[in-house]
Design a protein around this ligand. Structure first.
Ligand SMILES: [Zn+2]
Length: 431
């Protein structure tokens, strides 16, 4: 029995790798020569210098914060500190196992959050100074509290379910847990637009008009007829431009930031929405949820194997998966597994994003507007047009702006369409 979780873990991991390899659009431009990026063609030297300077300011808080968060999580999980925290937090309420999970888990999550809150504030200060964040410090604190609350609620429910299962079924809890975790991922993808998004933003249907009509027509052409395009009041928080698709079947929605509709020319808004329609047409949210479900199930089996290893249990000061003192170790395993898998997740995401870009180009047949939009997205977010390979490989969910513009050029070339102009402003003024 001791080897069963490892066997199922190996099977699920193999299934996940095979599914990812088969489902990922490795070659979205179908054989057209891989585009090479050339930031100097579309950004002036002054713009590139400004983007560089912003990166030099935002990277230290961002990545130090990530590293400190991970270090604290591992420290709590791999030493008896986490176990002691759980016991101490639950003591005032009698210390029963449910209280240990809820209060102890909350205490562990709070310690991790507080360890990195200084870095979050530092990053916010940089974004405010750069004009990227438009919220007040009170708004920042409220956002932080809301996301911590949602995250903590979801984590505590998962921990409570895991430990209750382990108490009821000491030998096979991980098998039922794996099924439950997979189902929870799919349920969350479905419910996300209903329970998470409204906590942060208000959504209103895009008002009738030329833009809305053209977007809905484009949705028809994409094979994903929608009734509405929703506009989010993102401007209360950020000056960056964005849009996204979320939800599954009945909850599926296409959302544009009001910053985008307010500031970008209609052709560029169409380009962004066409990209999102590409995600909808290719069922990227559904496929992502199914792959995520496989990954979550595999992670529970990994826990099933690890949490019975005496060496790990001794280190963490817990007796087994039915002991709430295990919480910090569970969080540490999940954090490390997330970090280890992030290069693969980012790689797959970039190919999926490139496919949505090709869809946008196919549907709009306007590579010039697409390229101009990509340029605006980079400038509005002060994004890094040429990130260091290690950061790009670990964290970049999208191709870089210059890579996406190069893709538009390759697309135009393949279609024998008019070539995309060089976009760098003459004389270095920011456009
Ligand atoms: Zn996308």
């Amino acid at each position: 029995m001791g080897i069963a979780p490892w066997l199922v873990f190996a099977v699920l991991l193999t299934a996940l790798i095979v599914a990812v390899v088969l489902a990922t659009p490795w070659d979205p431009l179908a054989g057209a020569s891989p585009p090479s990026a050339d930031p100097g063609r579309d950004f002036s030297a002054a713009e590139l210098a400004e983007l560089d300077a912003h990166q030099a300011r935002i990277r230290p808080p961002t990545y130090t914060g990530l590293a400190v968060g991970l270090a604290v999580t591992v420290l709590l999980g791999m030493t008896p500190l986490g176990a002691r925290l759980v016991t101490a937090a639950a003591r005032p309420l009698g210390g029963g196992w449910v209280w240990q999970v809820l209060l102890g888990g909350l205490a562990v999550l709070l310690v991790i959050r507080l360890a990195t809150i200084g870095f979050s504030a530092w990053a916010e200060a940089v974004r405010r100074a750069a004009g990227l964040s438009t919220r007040s410090w009170l708004g920042w604190a409220a956002d932080l509290a809301k996301s911590f609350g949602l995250q903590a609620a979801a984590t505590l429910v998962a921990l409570l379910a895991m430990i209750a299962l382990a108490r009821a079924l000491p030998r096979s809890w991980w098998a039922f847990g794996a099924v439950a975790a997979g189902a929870a991922v799919v349920a969350l993808a479905f419910a996300y637009p209903l329970i998470v998004e409204p906590v942060f933003n208000r959504f209103t249907p895009l008002p009738p008009g030329e833009l809305r009509t053209s977007l809905l027509r484009m949705a028809d052409r994409s094979g994903v007829p929608v009734d509405e395009i929703l506009e989010a009041d993102a401007s209360k928080r950020t000056s960056t431009l964005n849009a996204y698709v979320s939800g599954l079947s009945a909850t599926r929605r296409i959302v544009v930031f009001d910053t985008l509709t307010d500031r970008s020319p209609p052709a560029q808004v169409r380009s962004v929405v066409a990209h999102e329609l590409g995600h909808a047409a290719e069922q990227d949210v559904r496929d992502g949820a199914l792959l995520g479900a496989l990954g979550a199930a595999a992670a529970v089996c990994l826990l099933g194997g690890l949490l019975r290893m005496p060496a790990l249990l001794d280190r963490s000061g817990a007796s087994g998966p039915d002991d709430p003192r295990i919480i910090a170790l569970v969080l540490a395993v999940v954090a490390v597994a997330g970090l280890v898998s992030s290069p693969a997740q980012a790689l797959v995401s970039r190919r999926v994003e490139a496919r949505a870009d090709v869809h946008a180009l196919d549907v709009t047949a306007d590579p010039q507007a697409f390229a101009e939009m990509q340029r605006s997205l980079v400038l509005a977010a002060k994004a890094d047009p040429e990130p260091p390979a290690i950061l790009f490989g670990l964290f970049a969910s999208h191709p870089t702006g210059p890579q996406r513009i190069a893709m538009a050029r390759a697309w135009a070339d393949r279609q024998s369409a008019d070539p995309v102009d060089d976009l760098a402003p003459v004389g270095g003024s920011a456009g």
